[in-house]
Design a protein around this ligand. Structure first.
Ligand code: MLT
Length: 274
């Protein structure tokens, strides 16, 4: 028996992690990892589309959504330790990971360090490259701006960069949902995660070790992790598949969920057959 439902609580690494679990425990397991500073609710449309055929789990990365923040400094390595211990706590031996942006940083680090735990990767709007000096400077500026002007202003500024120009006028519901996720993230989590990004190590040099099926998706107008970055990963992951998603910026799963879900549902049966 599995505990299907929403906002289920489990203790992982001494802190409470919140997750949604849908589908059947007979099926392949797909674990969705959200971007920063969002939460598991960003995957609502993907969970709906897949739950009849797969076991679909979306969890809140520590500090985000309803998961506790803990005392430790954040790092991608700590997020990976949380993920693997979360799988252990749920008795999940192997899973498919689908990560967007920060979720992709976690997925790439996870497969590099625990290749035996993952059957496939879906990498969306993410990157294997570490922060450049300019990107690091922007992280510090973001912390300063949040300290000075507050989270609401940070949310409004972020939204301009997250969505494609077309989505900014057409995707009112998604923009409101994203704003809500950002303003409900604690300042402590924002600072700790921005520092973790600053410290993040590259994973590009590990891409050639990936031996499982990989689908890479990126919004055509993603300014944060652009198409060239996705192409770099594609060129270095043997037999990976890449799709550029029209009418989308950085949040391709929300901005063009129809195309995103179509690509997912075409890719996943390839894994069943391997
Ligand atoms: C995300 O969506 O997770 C962030 O844009 C990642 C980042 O800022 O590097």
């Amino acid at each position: 028996m599995i505990d299907l439902g929403n906002n289920i609580k489990i203790t992982v690494n001494n802190l409470t992690v919140s997750y949604n679990d849908a589908g059947s425990d007979e099926s392949l397991v797909i674990i969705f990892i959200h971007g920063f500073p969002f939460n598991k609710s960003m995957w609502k449309k993907q969970v709906e589309a897949l739950k009849n055929n797969y076991r679909v789990i979306a969890y809140d990365v520590r500090g985000h959504g309803s998961s506790e923040v803990g005392d430790e400094d954040f790092s991608i390595e700590l997020f990976v330790k949380d993920l693997v211990n979360f799988m252990d706590a749920l008795n999940i031996d192997r899973a498919i990971l689908c990560g967007l942006s920060m979720g992709g940083y976690i997925a790439l680090n996870a497969i590099a360090n625990f290749p035996e735990r993952f059957d496939a990767l879906i990498l969306s709007d993410t990157s294997c490259i570490a922060d450049t000096p300019e990107a690091k400077e922007k992280r510090f500026m973001a912390i300063e701006n949040i300290q000075k002007d507050g989270v609401e202003k940070f949310a409004d500024e972020s939204i301009k960069n997250l969505f494609a120009p077309e989505s900014l006028s057409k995707k009112r519901i998604e923009i409101a949902a994203v704003r809500d996720m950002i303003v409900n993230t604690s300042k402590q989590t924002l600072y700790k995660t921005l520092r973790a990004f600053y410290e993040r190590k590259e994973t590009c040099s590990r891409l050639s070790e990936i031996k499982v099926p990989v689908l890479i998706m990126v919004g055509k107008e993603d300014n944060i992790t652009p198409t060239a970055t996705a192409m770099l990963m594609h060129e270095n992951i043997k037999d990976s598949i890449i799709h550029i998603i029209d009418h989308a910026g950085h949040l391709s799963n929300m901005e063009n969920s129809v195309e995103f879900n179509n690509l997912l549902t075409k890719f996943l049966p390839l894994i069943k057959d391997t």
